[in-house]
Design a protein around this ligand. Structure first.
Ligand SMILES: [Zn+2]
Length: 267
């Protein structure tokens, strides 16, 4: 599933391609036909992300809400549209750009109240400059494992499986530790690190989490080969040597997703 930085990048691409212009909207596959008809010809004023949710604002307070889920993709291309390929739920076009949405878990037209109902259920997002206190307070009061709390979108919005594993490694915190056992200054440092790492992710479009001294050239090792890209400490490195201490990286299931940690570096 895409993590928050991908959705913030997508919002930025949509703004660059369409903001301030009337756009043609259609649903070649038909499953968003009614919504597309209502948006067709309207001006897209802005687009932004909150966690993994994308919102595009059109004239007259109408909001397009998209969640990519596990399999969705939204391709924004600064070229006129060609023939439709595959199952396109939503196509947005202007004279100079087009965007095709395929396989989302949500694609719907909302009024401001319905949009507010969705964002009210989301925790602070490290990429929006949100006040972290509601998230830190929830974690500090919870007996649930911090590895699960960080993935709960009502606690922190936008963190997925990769950032969860990596930020806990960098903080030296075992993902199984109850949230309330983690000191507040460590929670504050984890939040600051999420802001730092995810902002970098927005800039580069990939997740890199290793410090300069653990990069391939510095360690004389081969770059990581994984379709997720990026240099990481533990994510999908089960059984491989920890880049810091050499202990084999452990893996297990938390919040229904595999997670990874170093049993020596993380306590
Ligand atoms: Zn280690």
């Amino acid at each position: 599933m895409p993590e928050g930085h991908t959705i913030h990048r997508l919002a930025r691409s949509l703004r660059a391609a369409f903001a301030g212009e009337p756009v043609s909207v259609c649903s070649p596959q038909g499953r968003f036909a009614d919504g597309a008809k209502k948006l067709d010809g309207a001006t897209m004023n802005s687009a932004h992300a909150h966690g993994k949710h994308l919102f595009a604002e059109f004239d007259a307070d109408r909001w397009l809400h998209v969640h990519l889920g596990l399999f969705g993709r939204f391709d924004v291309v600064e070229e006129p549209a060609g023939p439709v390929r595959g199952e396109v739920r939503l196509r947005m076009t202007s004279a100079r750009a087009h965007a095709d949405l395929r396989g989302p878990s949500a694609c719907e037209l909302l009024d401001p109240a319905a949009k507010e109902a969705i964002t009210a259920r989301l925790g602070p997002d490290p990429l929006r400059g949100d006040d972290p206190e509601p998230a830190l307070n929830r974690i500090a009061r919870s007996a649930a494992p911090i590895g699960i709390l960080l993935m709960d979108q009502s606690v922190v919005a936008g963190v997925g499986n990769v950032y969860r594993a990596e930020v806990l490694f960098r903080a030296g915190v075992d993902p199984a530790r109850p949230g309330r056992s983690v000191p507040v200054d460590v929670l504050q440092a984890i939040w600051a690190d999420l802001v730092h790492l995810m902002t970098l992710g927005v800039r580069t479009g990939r997740i890199d989490t290793v410090r300069p001294e653990h990069e391939p050239a510095a360690m004389g090792r081969a770059p990581r080969s994984d379709d997720h890209g990026g240099e990481v400490y533990v994510y999908r490195r089960a059984g491989q040597a920890c880049l810091v201490c050499g202990t084999p990286v452990s893996s297990g299931v938390a919040a229904a997703r595999n997670t990874f940690w170093c049993p020596t570096c993380q306590r």
